[in-house]
Design a protein around this ligand. Structure first.
Ligand SMILES: [Ca+2]
Length: 186
């Protein structure tokens, strides 16, 4: 009985080893160049790349890889206001925009018609949602007074996934605001 088991075991092992050797022949064929396998980064995957693996064989740790990304995409510029009138009364509030995973928010502002005691309070706001996402609260992420006409370029980290702009004019204040933004990854 034992001999029979041994014979079966040897038979199975032969089949497994046979298929393994066929697989290794297939794997040994030249394939597409994979830069992740080219350890010494000489443009060829060869035995020199195996030595690094041999030395580290059996080691374990965090598989995160450091990479340099050169082709960061950029968003298109979005015009929020074009010569939009502002005056005391209700705040001027923009649509809500989604930062979409971008990291930096670049805003260009032009203000006209502000002089003397006139003053605009300009905010870039993020939004915090309640726990069941039924109501949101605006949070001031950037706060600046414009007390003259002029141009401003404002660069800030994206405050939250969603953001918007708001302008509040002091009493006896009238002017216009033109504003556009674009987003970059870094
Ligand atoms: Ca190599």
């Amino acid at each position: 009985m034992k001999k029979r088991y041994i014979l079966v075991a040897v038979g199975v092992a032969s089949i497994v080893l046979g298929s393994l050797s066929i697989n290794s022949v297939i794997l040994a064929q030249p394939g597409e160049y994979d830069p992740w396998l080219d350890d010494d980064e000489d443009g060829t995957v060869d035995v020199n790349d195996l030595s690094a693996m041999g030395q580290a064989y059996g080691a374990s740790g965090d598989p995160t890889k450091n990479v340099n990304v050169m082709n960061w995409p950029t968003s298109s510029a979005v015009t929020v206001w074009w010569s939009e009138p502002v005056s005391s009364g209700p705040n001027l509030v923009s649509d809500v925009y989604t930062a979409g995973g971008f990291g930096q928010l670049h805003t260009l502002v032009q203000v006209t018609g502000i002089a003397g005691q006139e003053r605009l309070r300009f905010n870039i706001d993020g939004r915090i949602w309640n726990l069941d996402y039924t109501t949101a609260r605006g949070i001031v992420a950037y706060d600046q007074y414009f007390n003259t006409s002029g141009y401003w370029a404002i660069h800030i980290p994206v405050p939250t996934e969603e953001f918007y702009y708001s302008v509040n004019a002091d009493p006896e204040t009238t002017g216009t605001i033109t504003l556009s933004f674009y987003l970059t990854w870094s």
